[in-house]
Design a protein around this ligand. Structure first.
Ligand code: HEC
Length: 158
């Protein structure tokens, strides 16, 4: 909870939208609200990844402050404390808008481990982000891989 509000403080209207959803249903998030909240959260991860990835690939000039801000936001928003956004009954078979595969709930320990790995990789990026383009590029493999390995296993393809 605290983590959620901290997250809210550093982010934009995007996250404020999910904040409203979250605040409404506080103690027990309905599966529908959980899907909306985590998708908004994931979009925010995607935005910050977009900044770092854009720099790493040379599509955007490296800017130490912007890279650091994106990496800090990734760490703040990393998924470790957010398993509450994955309640039972919020899988893609139960909720039409969800792409969270039912396998999450039969392998919840593995799913949680992948979320933790993402947090570790984001922390690595946080340490690297201000150190120059090459440092960002070096940290990108582990970070991108940590997003991808969870998506490959647990996110339904479009
Ligand atoms: C532990 C597993 C896991 C990790 C780690 C993870 N994701 Fe996801 N992500 C998911 C799942 C599951 C969904 C689908 C959620 C749903 O639709 O209910 C998703 C959805 C998304 C979406 C689509 C959101 C939308 O518009 O619906 C984006 C963008 C995204 N993730 C980005 C990222 C980025 C960037 C990272 C790494 C920094 C990351 N994710 C790490 C599991 C993960």
């Amino acid at each position: 909870m605290t983590k959620f509000f901290k997250t809210l403080a550093i982010s934009t209207a995007l996250l404020a939208a999910s904040g409203a959803v979250f605040a409404e249903s506080h103690a027990a998030m309905s599966p529908e609200d959980a899907v909306a909240a985590r998708q908004t959260h994931m979009k925010l991860l995607g935005q910050n990844m977009g900044v770092l990835g854009g720099m790493a690939q040379g599509k955007m000039d490296y800017d130490a402050a912007a890279a650091q801000a994106a990496a800090d936001a990734l760490v703040e928003n990393a998924m470790i404390a957010d398993m509450a956004k994955f309640p039972e009954g919020s899988d893609s078979d139960s909720i039409a808008t969800s792409r969270a595969l039912p396998a999450i709930w039969t392998n919840f320990d593995d799913f949680t481990a992948k979320a933790e790995a993402c947090t570790v990789a984001a922390t690595g990026m946080q340490a690297a982000a201000g150190q120059g383009l090459e440092a960002v590029q070096a940290a990108m493999g582990a970070l991108g891989g940590s997003c991808g390995s969870c998506h490959e296993t647990y996110r339904k393809p479009k």
